[in-house]
Ligand binder design. Structure first.
Ligand SMILES: O=[N+]([O-])c1ccc(O[C@@H]2O[C@H](CO)[C@@H](O[C@@H]3O[C@H](CO)[C@@H](O[C@@H]4O[C@H](CO)[C@@H](O)[C@H](O)[C@H]4O)[C@H](O)[C@H]3O)[C@H](O)[C@H]2O)cc1
Ligand SMILES: [Mg+2]
Length: 362
């Protein structure tokens, strides 16, 4: 049976604009000399993105964000929601290096993760009248589908699942609308991966007790795929699910037959330009990318609640410094923009490229 879910969280809500990204963009625009590009850049400061809680030290800022959203809701009289990313599992990013996190399983990382979740929950609990939409743990379960041959991923499997279920239950109790990360068409959309993926996500849904507020899955987080591609990118050769809409339309029925009535949000923040990489597996600071279609509830797809910008364009995917501890060779491939700072840090040249290549144009 399909349990009644809580519905599309975006319907009837304004999306709160995080000042964190707006200030990054404003200072980026201040560095730009071309007046036309500068003007375009400033428009990005008005586009809502998700705030990533990638270290536990950032959690207190959530309190100020929810207070700000509460003030906005009071002054506008319009219901307002805040978008966050929960992203701090121990042994994080187990198949790569660029986004390795602060917690290690071997060093009490799972307990530290539960405390991180408890801190987020305690903060959200203080603002019962502000809606929160949370993307849960980019890349983690997707790695459980395709990378159990990677020792660090195999070793992290139990902690990833226990940590995820813990987060789902804690946040569901507060009415936080959640979308678990589901990789993208070029990851779990492949024929060999899509059914195992559906099986895993449905298992997690059941293990978490079919949470009412677990609305579904988030796709294309920090990737570059089109929602609807005009024609298949050559890199997608062999995969009928050559864009996010094909991937979602294919996996949604599989999830339902496994008892998970999942809906979706899709990251389009860096999807403005296609055919920019020789291999679909290239994910790090891909050159030629552009800001994609703007966030909207007008998705054109029955399974998609909202088109969103989850990865804030301009924040780096990973360092290109081969001497760095977190250097991942994928950030050195032909498609990867060089002179890249550490993951999450501001990458000015890349931001200016995204502005220039934006489609629709800014
Ligand atoms: O035609 N065939 O016969 C055939 C046979 C086998 C095939 O195998 C598939 O090939 C795919 C690549 O095409 C692989 O997908 C890549 O997997 C990587 C992780 O391993 C992902 O990387 C993550 O990306 C995140 C951002 O998205 C980063 O945040 C994160 O740090 C980073 O780790 C890439 O996106 C994703 O594109 C599949 O696993 C693999 O099963 C494919 C075809
Ligand atoms: Mg990443």
């Amino acid at each position: 049976t399909v349990s009644p879910d809580a519905g599309n969280p975006y319907t009837g809500y304004d999306v709160w604009l995080t000042p964190y990204y707006a200030s990054e963009v404003s200072s980026a625009a201040a560095q730009m000399t071309d007046s036309a590009q500068k003007a375009k850049a400033l428009k990005v400061a008005q586009i809502p993105t998700f705030t990533w809680f990638d270290v536990v030290a950032k959690v207190p800022i959530l309190d100020t964000y929810l207070a700000s959203a509460k003030a906005q809701q009071a002054s506008t009289g319009r219901k307002t929601l805040v978008q966050i990313v929960v992203y701090d599992l121990p042994d994080r990013d187990c198949a790569a290096k660029a986004s390795n996190g602060e917690f290690a399983i071997a060093d009490g990382g799972l307990a530290k993760y539960k405390n991180y979740i408890d801190q987020i929950a305690a903060t959200i609990k203080k603002y019962p009248d502000i809606r929160v939409v949370a993307v849960i743990e980019p890349d983690s379960l997707a790695n459980m589908v395709t990378n159990m041959n990677v020792p660090k991923c195999a070793g992290a499997a139990a902690a990833y699942k226990e940590g995820t279920v813990y987060a789902l239950k804690a946040l569901n109790a507060l009415g936080v609308y959640m979308y678990i990360d589901a990789g993208h068409a070029g990851w779990l959309g492949w024929p060999a991966n899509i059914q195992p993926a559906a099986t895993l996500y449905a298992q997690i849904y059941n293990d978490a007790g079919k949470p009412k507020y677990l609305r579904g899955l988030a796709s294309n987080v920090s990737n570059y795929n089109a929602l609807v591609a005009a024609s298949p990118d050559p890199a997608t050769q062999g995969n009928a699910n050559y864009d996010e809409s094909h991937y979602i339309n294919a996996i949604a029925p599989m999830l339902r037959s496994a008892g998970f009535p999942a809906f979706f949000i899709v990251d389009q923040g860096r999807s403005g330009v296609q055919n920019i990489r020789p291999e679909w597996g290239h994910w790090c600071n891909v050159k030629g990318a552009g800001f994609g279609q703007r966030p909207t509830g007008n998705t054109g797809n029955q399974y998609i609640d909202q088109i969103v910008w989850i990865k804030p364009g301009g924040e780096c995917d990973g360092t290109s410094n081969t001497q760095a501890v977190r250097y991942d060779s994928m950030c050195g491939v032909s498609s990867a923009h060089q002179n890249a700072p550490e993951a999450g840090q501001w990458f000015q040249a890349y931001f200016e490229m995204l502005v220039k290549n934006a489609s629709p144009a800014l």
